[in-house]
Design a protein around this ligand. Structure first.
Ligand code: SF4
Length: 326
């Protein structure tokens, strides 16, 4: 039986951080043996919030390097840039005729973005980005979408697009299923609930041990624990959340030491920095390999783009035939 197919992607906005690894990449690497994966560098999606394209190519290369260094195998899972497969825009246009503006305005994910980014007049393309996402998935006949609870509305729109197209023109698309995945989140160095590059509270996959150490030194911990001897509250401390993820074997001892005051924050941070750097070491090694062989990275993208274009064109041939546009 043919493997089910997954389309997963990220917007190329710069070097990736540990939050990306824990929240997505780790899962992608696991899924690549079980599913047929396509990995999309969603460069068109960047335009929804940033019209400046000066860094988009370099950011796409950095993202490809981070993916490869984290264990994505391009032989199994093609990596490609969305902008290099023009069929995305063609299917997006067709789908955008099958959905109303009011349906998109009701999408809770779009509503959250409008609120969080304080957008007064949303761009037409931003409002319609879930339709572009539907085109991204269905172009490759993606039948499984791994998502967290907050992204279920996007899969609903992809399912709706498949249904509407099939009803109007004849069957082309299976409705993709949701693979509800518990995506882990890492706290930010500033104590924020989420690690995010734009908030400046992240540890990059490319950070050398000295940088990890200096970032952790400045990290916010329990503000009530001023010096060694003061009892602390590990449950509100980002450093403890990293210990739980990267130093699992010592968490009981660290928690007890923090609560009793026997463990000081400086020692705790240095222990944590060393564990994070050990975790990053193989990723950094592979990153260095690819950074010194950019032609190899570009070749991975070229090959991925060829595979993606061939798959996308085969879907669009069916679409055009059903629509009598062939
Ligand atoms: S001892 Fe460790 S866990 Fe406790 S507050 Fe300090 S850094 Fe956080």
């Amino acid at each position: 039986m043919a493997k089910k197919r997954i389309l997963s992607g990220m917007r190329p906005t710069g070097k990736l951080h540990l939050g990306h690894y824990v929240g997505a990449l780790e899962n992608w690497v696991k899924l690549q043996n079980e599913y047929d994966n396509f990995h999309l560098i969603a460069d068109y999606h960047v335009l929804t919030t940033n019209l400046n394209t000066d860094d988009i190519y370099q950011n796409s290369i950095e993202m490809a390097i981070d993916w490869l260094a984290s264990g994505i195998n391009p032989e199994k899972s093609p990596i490609f840039r969305q902008s290099q497969v023009k069929q995305h825009t063609e299917l997006n246009l067709i789908f955008s005729m099958l959905i109303t503006a009011s349906r998109l305005e009701r999408n809770p994910a779009v509503k959250d973005q409008v609120r969080d980014l304080k957008i007064e007049n949303i761009a037409f393309g931003h409002l319609g980005y879930p339709v572009l996402m539907a085109a991204d998935i269905l172009l490759y006949k993606g039948n499984v979408v791994p998502v967290g609870d907050d992204q279920i509305p996007h899969v609903e729109i992809a399912r709706e697009m498949a249904r509407k197209f099939n009803n109007q023109y004849g069957f082309v698309f299976d409705e993709p299923e949701t693979l509800l995945t518990k995506f882990s989140r890492l706290m930010g160095l500033d104590g924020d609930a989420k690690m995010s590059k734009s908030l400046g509270n992240s540890i990059l996959l490319s950070d050398e041990p000295e940088i990890v150490k200096s970032k952790l030194k400045k990290a916010v911990t329990d503000t009530q624990k001023v010096r060694k001897g003061d009892p602390g509250r590990p449950e509100i401390c980002s450093i403890f959340s990293y210990q739980q993820r990267f130093n699992e074997g010592e968490t009981v001892e660290i928690e007890a030491g923090c609560r009793s005051g026997a463990l000081g924050c400086f020692d705790c941070k240095m222990k944590c920095a060393s564990k994070i750097s050990s975790f990053l070491e193989p990723i950094l090694e592979k990153r260095n390999y690819y950074e010194n062989r950019l032609d190899e990275v570009k070749n991975v993208l070229n090959e991925g783009e060829k595979t993606a274009r061939a798959t996308a064109e085969s879907t669009m041939t069916e679409v055009r035939t059903k629509m009598k546009l062939g």
